[in-house]
Design a binder for this molecule. Structure first.
Ligand code: ADP
Ligand code: MN
Length: 255
């Protein structure tokens, strides 16, 4: 069912806000008041024209469809009240870009959100297909919506492929891992069939979910890369791809 709501922007601001905020709260039950305020500010700035329904409700974040001024958007909202953020410490505290953030939950989440935006930018600049990052504000990341007619492209996990199509996608994924490593100085660190979308128009992969991606200076970067390699090989083994993890791991790092 389609649930596009106009976000009331101009006149009678405060009252409209209060009314709308209650409605949003009731319908989605996920927007806390600070998050709503940011959404209204973004709406007043013209970044978001209308909020749509939820695309995904994850452990740490929810992703919503939205209309932008000139294209469709995905709005990823990290939940402040989420309880799984202890795990974020390991990724963010050792990242040289984020050594001086304060250690409370809110600040870690805001830094995490900025980190995802920066990682997406680096990936894009390196030639990896990712949603175009647009901006962050506190716990909200706005990016290009990867899909058509309000429906997101399918996850690799849910895509039915012929062996030949799978091999082609696999080769591009490996090339993207290499570009990330060599050009963006990054390891995805949560790469699997759950964080790769497939563009059905040309059967090519799109990497998503880069909040936990780390730079190569991170002490566990190579361990994360090895795990990514194993995940990808485990998934593609059903399509007859039998590369050895050690060899693929080396190939990605080779000059
Ligand atoms: P999580 O941390 O919850 O796994 P993800 O970034 O993986 O967050 O996003 C969750 C889901 O939302 C994805 O599996 C995908 O279906 C959808 N999604 C995320 N980003 C986009 C996007 N830019 N365009 C379309 N769908 C997206
Ligand atoms: Mn994910």
């Amino acid at each position: 069912e389609k649930k596009i709501r106009r976000i009331d922007s101009a006149k009678d601001k405060s009252r409209a806000r209060e009314k709308d905020s209650e409605r949003l709260k009731v319908e989605e039950n996920v927007f806390d008041v600070p998050t709503l305020k940011i959404l209204y500010t973004l709406s007043n700035k013209g970044v978001i024209k209308a909020m749509g329904g939820a695309i995904s409700t994850g452990k740490e974040a929810n992703v919503f469809y939205a209309e932008g001024p000139d294209k469709e958007l995905a709005v990823k909202i990290y939940r402040i009240a989420s309880s799984t953020f202890k795990a974020m410490d390991a990724y963010i505290m050792k990242d040289p870009r984020f050594t001086n953030i304060r250690k409370n939950k809110r600040d870690i989440i805001f830094a995490w959100t900025r980190k995802e935006l920066q990682n997406l930018k680096r990936a894009k600049n390196a030639g990896v297909r990712v949603p175009e990052p647009i901006l962050t504000e506190k716990n909200i990341l706005i990016m290009e919506f990867m899909g058509e007619n309000e429906a997101p492209y399918p996850l690799l996990k849910n895509t039915h492929l012929e062996n030949e199509e799978a091999k082609n996608i696999f080769d591009i994924i490996v090339e993207y891992m290499r570009l990330l490593y060599k050009k963006a100085n990054l390891v995805h660190a949560d790469l699997s069939e759950y964080n790769i979308l497939i563009d059905p128009n040309n059967l090519t992969p799109i990497f998503i979910d880069m909040g936990q991606s780390v730079t190569l200076e991170h002490p566990n970067a190579r361990e994360f890369l090895y795990r990514d390699v194993q995940n990808i090989l485990r998934f593609f083994s059903r399509y007859g791809i039998k590369d050895k993890p050690e060899e693929l791991f080396k190939k990605i790092q080779a000059e």
